[in-house]
Write a protein that binds this ligand. Structure first.
Ligand SMILES: Nc1ncnc2c1ncn2[C@@H]1O[C@H](COP(=O)(O)OP(=O)(O)OP(=O)(O)O)[C@@H](O)[C@H]1O
Ligand SMILES: [Mg+2]
Length: 140
């Protein structure tokens, strides 16, 4: 979060209940979050304003904590969703941009799996892409 705090084209809101704890590697998880935030800034800007609005929310459910990272951009075509985590896949909008190898989401997914979690991507009803991360809950 702190890495993007100064960007003027980005607003991030965070909603996490007190005492929400997960079993995860702190450094790996922060890499995952910054990857998703970077994507939101590159591809997930709200067209009318040019701002990347990102909501990060976490909630505990049974043995898991679900973390959602969603933006308010255009999302992607439904048939493209399953391709996004393939190594070197880049969307149409991204092909013209100079930066990016198409590895970010592939690494994000691998990292979450390595930590015993689950990762998924979905379009939101109001537009925008939503990344869902499920990690084991910790009670101490
Ligand atoms: N928030 C988003 N909204 C819309 N499309 C997205 C979003 N995030 C990713 N994408 C699409 O998914 C593709 C793959 O993303 P990924 O992070 O794996 O690669 P990249 O950002 O292109 O390159 P890299 O992450 O290696 O710098 C992107 O090229 C883009 O087309
Ligand atoms: Mg990326």
């Amino acid at each position: 979060m702190y890495a993007v705090a100064d960007y003027e084209d980005m607003r991030v809101t965070v909603s996490i209940p007190d005492n929400t704890m997960i079993l995860a590697d702190e450094v790996e998880l922060s890499r995952v979050i910054s990857n998703l935030l970077e994507n939101a800034r590159r591809y997930g800007k709200t067209p009318e304003t040019g701002m990347a609005l990102v909501d990060i929310a976490a909630k505990g459910r049974d043995e898991w904590v679900l973390i959602k990272v969603r933006d308010h951009g255009m999302g992607v075509a439904p048939e493209t969703l399953p391709k996004l985590t393939r190594p070197f896949f880049r969307g149409d909008a991204a092909r013209t941009a100079a930066t990016g190898a198409g590895l970010g989401l592939a690494i994000v997914e691998k990292t979450i799996h390595r930590m015993g979690g689950m990762f998924g991507l979905a379009n939101t009803a109001s537009g925008g892409l939503s990344a869902h991360i499920k990690l084991r809950r910790s009670y101490e």
